[in-house]
Design a protein around this ligand. Structure first.
Ligand code: ADE
Length: 232
């Protein structure tokens, strides 16, 4: 049987590659890498710094607080990582910034068709704007709040995209995800044993909804449709 050797390569550019170490070694993300459906590599931006001190940041022009990540090491890093892609049309360079386009499931579907994503994680007070202007294909924000850097944003995007890659979460769209008419799916409240949980003396017991134990699949489905949220 024909099997492509890697479906998606995530190349992360960061000054804190260790942030990704345990995350990428756990659970489904680890299994997907073993199955060669994914490849995740966190690259230390300092590798592309040119001076002895491995400087990747500098003070902002015009003054102001904090430091700014320099354009040059990021430019070199992206050039190098682009050189490894087989199909340039199936690759995207993403810059994480709170000023970017808000990430959602639709974007994740689009990204899941790619072969390579180069993810640039900002830190400090920002990234030289020439990265956004000339290097990144897309600027992405995970929400209207300011993180300390793009690393957590990158993990969120990678998890969301990874689970759309066939084989990563086992049988496609199983159990929890009832496909709706569109390509979206429905997230509904779930319960498991025990049927009745006792939170302690004098407190009312917490019961799982009876209908879920009834074996009445039409009613179960109706409940899930009613309470679920469709993610598209
Ligand atoms: N970097 C800092 N805040 C961010 C956000 N909300 N989304 C993406 N990258 C960020």
């Amino acid at each position: 049987m024909y099997r492509p050797f890697v479906f998606m390569k995530f190349d992360i550019i960061t000054i804190f590659p260790e942030i990704f170490a345990s995350w990428s070694k756990e659970s489904l993300i680890a299994r997907a890498q073993k199955k060669k459906l994914l490849k995740i590599k966190a690259h230390n931006l300092r590798k592309w710094a040119k001076d002895r001190h491995k400087t990747v940041d500098d003070r902002p022009f015009g003054g102001g607080l904090g430091m700014v990540l320099k354009v040059e090491p990021i430019f070199k890093a992206v050039q190098k990582l682009k050189g490894r892609s087989r199909t340039p049309s199936k690759r995207k360079v993403i810059l994480f910034t709170p000023r970017g386009k808000k990430f959602n499931q639709k974007m994740a579907y689009k990204f899941s068709k790619l072969e390579q994503m180069i993810l640039i994680c900002g830190r400090y007070e920002g990234v030289d704007e020439r990265v956004a202007k000339h290097i990144a294909d897309e600027k992405v924000s995970i929400g209207d709040y300011d993180l300390m850097g793009g690393e957590v944003a990158a993990m969120i995007v990678m998890e969301t995209v990874a689970r759309l890659i066939p084989g990563v979460i086992g049988k496609p769209q199983l159990l929890k995800e009832r496909i709706t008419k569109s390509r979206g799916f429905i997230e509904y409240p779930q319960y498991t044993r025990p049927e009745v949980f006792d939170p302690g003396k004098g407190k009312k017991k917490w019961r799982a909804p009876k209908v879920l134990l009834s074996g009445h699949h039409k009613k179960i489905d109706a409940r899930r449709q009613k309470l679920g949220k469709v993610i598209e």
